[in-house]
Design a protein around this ligand. Structure first.
Ligand SMILES: C[S@@+](CC[C@H](N)C(=O)[O-])C[C@H]1O[C@@H](n2cnc3c(N)ncnc32)[C@H](O)[C@@H]1O
Length: 268
């Protein structure tokens, strides 16, 4: 049985294996759905040379660096993250590339920038890790100038599904991983949250991410916890859990499908 812990993106530096959060980020960044969603986020942001852009919860900094390329040579892109591990990675990857990019420690709940400072702001897969995503959305809206776009992306874990042909496993397992993040269903709330903090012209792009690889799934969650919780709740006994895991480990197919939302809106 797998014993590695779940990835803890709320507090990467205090998680069991911060380096594995970086590995998880790199795996996600290679998925076609994520690559396409990033392209779409850039399109909505409309960064141009000379602009000042902000990437909140920048992680390993790939998209901050992409923004820096778009605003070069006179603009700048700032990546903010709570995690020293993530910031160190971002700096290692991009600080010497000659880009106008800066990675800083900061909290999405309380951004240390003046009002109306940026020409655009993005936050990708960050809000689900916060207790109060509405507060972070209001902060991001505060620091962009009138006319600028805020573009955010987040999953809707409560609408995700796991399917392996074993409904007695699939349903309780789906319920287990759906509630691991602090704000699991924030994806579906983004449209409302952006409008409620005074932004307008909101556009919504839904998409799905797909996971079919058991080894990758094992990097994202702790199966022993699922096994114990499902047994404790009486939804599936440990023996039943082990039987299905054995089938999956021997190569039986499964599909984990997660709806995700990109929402962009403009400051009036
Ligand atoms: C799942 S990663 C996404 C990283 C990056 N945006 C991407 O899409 O590759 C979530 C990131 O949010 C950061 N984070 C979590 N809570 C935060 C907060 N309150 N303020 C700033 N960053 C935070 C984590 O440290 C982590 O780097």
């Amino acid at each position: 049985m797998v014993t590695r812990g779940p990835l803890g993106f709320s507090e990467v530096d205090k998680s069991e294996e911060p380096a594995r959060c970086v590995e998880g980020m790199d795996r996600m960044a290679a998925r076609p759905a994520i690559l396409e969603s990033r392209r779409r986020m850039r399109e909505l942001l409309g960064a141009k040379p000379g602009d000042r852009m902000l990437d909140v919860g920048c992680g390993t900094g790939e998209e901050t660096a992409e923004l820096a390329k778009l605003v070069s040579p006179d603009g700048s892109a700032v990546g903010v993250d709570l995690s020293g591990t993530m910031l160190a990675q971002a700096r290692q990857r991009f600080a010497s590339k000659g880009l106008p990019v800066d990675f800083r420690a900061g909290d999405a709940n309380q951004l240390e920038f003046p009002d109306n400072f940026f020409d655009g702001c993005r936050a990708e897969r960050v809000l689900q890790h916060l207790d109060d995503p509405a507060r972070a959305v209001a902060e991001m809206a505060r620091v962009i100038r009138p006319g600028a776009w805020l573009v955010v992306s987040a999953p809707d874990w409560l609408a995700a599904t796991f399917e392996s042909g074993h409904p007695e496993f699939d349903q309780p397992f789906t319920r287990f991983f759906s509630s691991l993040d602090k704000s699991s269903s924030v994806g579906r709330q983004l449209f409302r949250l952006l409008l409620q903090c005074g932004l307008s012209d909101a556009v919504v792009h839904p998409f799905f991410s797909i996971l079919t690889d058991l080894a990758e799934l094992e990097t994202w969650m702790r199966f022993t916890n699922a096994r114990e919780k499902m047994d404790r709740q009486g939804t599936l006994a440990k023996e039943g859990f082990d039987q299905v895991m054995m089938r999956l480990r021997s190569g039986d197919p499964f599909l984990l499908s997660t709806p995700r939302y990109i929402v962009g809106a403009r400051k009036p």
